[in-house]
Design a protein. Structure first.
Length: 255
């Protein structure tokens, strides 16, 4: 097995945001390649239990669940420590915490907008820092961070969500550079429009995909030792063009 291949070969998988449809599909894709033991961490015990049963049905030989709230940052170290201890360590950590919130420019629901920032950036960032420290201490591991193309250049129709993902994306990229010589790899995933519960009722954007399609891109990225992947991969080029557009033109078309 090559060094690059070994990045997706870890037996122990920890999912932060354990009810995420994309994260569950990533675990399924990993399980198709080799047996896994999984810890699912999230807010809803009943939804976590259903996700755990689905993974057991897919062949995962052990799945545990733990309650975790992204907003309770004072408990993150304790709960993440419990997940690592119960699995005997961690090889792959998937960070899939996030909420969409109100769409548009200046928020009407200010409290809701603040919650989006707290969950997607502060809470998710806290979790990322804690798991990065655990993996550094054990000298190996991979972190998959579910970002979004919305974070590459936030548009006027999703200002708060885009800003929150931009912050998380930057933190993940920076930590990936900082940990590169410590045996810890960070893979940032930038999906476009994905058909999930979170996007139900929204008009699909061009190049929309399913969680299963994202999972394939992620596992391939782990195998290649990539630091960033787009889902689909073809999104990379139009997003590059959007990032380079002069602001007056970007304001007119990026809605």
């Amino acid at each position: 097995m090559s060094v690059a291949r070994a990045r997706s070969a870890g037996r122990r998988v920890i999912v932060l945001g354990g009810t995420s449809e994309i994260a569950i599909e990533i675990v399924r894709e990993l399980q198709r390649r080799a047996p896994r033991e999984v810890a699912l961490l999230g807010r809803s015990p009943s939804t976590l239990a259903r996700a755990a049963e689905s993974l057991k049905g897919a062949g995962c030989r052990r799945v545990i669940t733990l309650e975790l709230d992204a907003l309770q940052t004072d408990r993150h170290a304790e709960i993440i420590g419990e997940a690592f201890d119960r699995l005997g360590g961690g090889d792959i950590v998937i960070l899939a915490v996030g909420i969409l919130g109100e769409r548009g420019g200046l928020p009407v629901d200010v409290a809701g907008a603040v919650e989006v920032l707290q969950v997607n950036l502060v809470g998710a960032g806290s979790l990322l820092i804690h798991v990065a420290g655990r993996l550094r201490d054990q000298g190996a591991g991979a972190i998959v961070v579910l970002s979004s193309v919305a974070g590459e250049r936030p548009r006027r129709d999703n200002v708060v969500y885009g800003a929150s993902k931009a912050g998380l994306d930057a933190l993940a990229q920076g930590l990936g550079d900082a940990l590169h010589n410590d045996g810890v790899e960070v893979l940032v995933v930038r999906p476009g429009f994905i058909h999930t519960r979170m996007t139900r009722g929204l008009r699909p954007a061009p190049l929309s995909r399913t969680p299963q399609a994202v999972a394939g891109v992620v596992v391939d990225g782990l195998d290649r030792g990539a630091h960033t992947v787009w889902a689909p991969a073809s999104l990379r080029w139009p997003m590059l063009v959007l990032k380079m557009l002069p602001r007056p033109l970007f304001r007119r078309i990026a809605r």
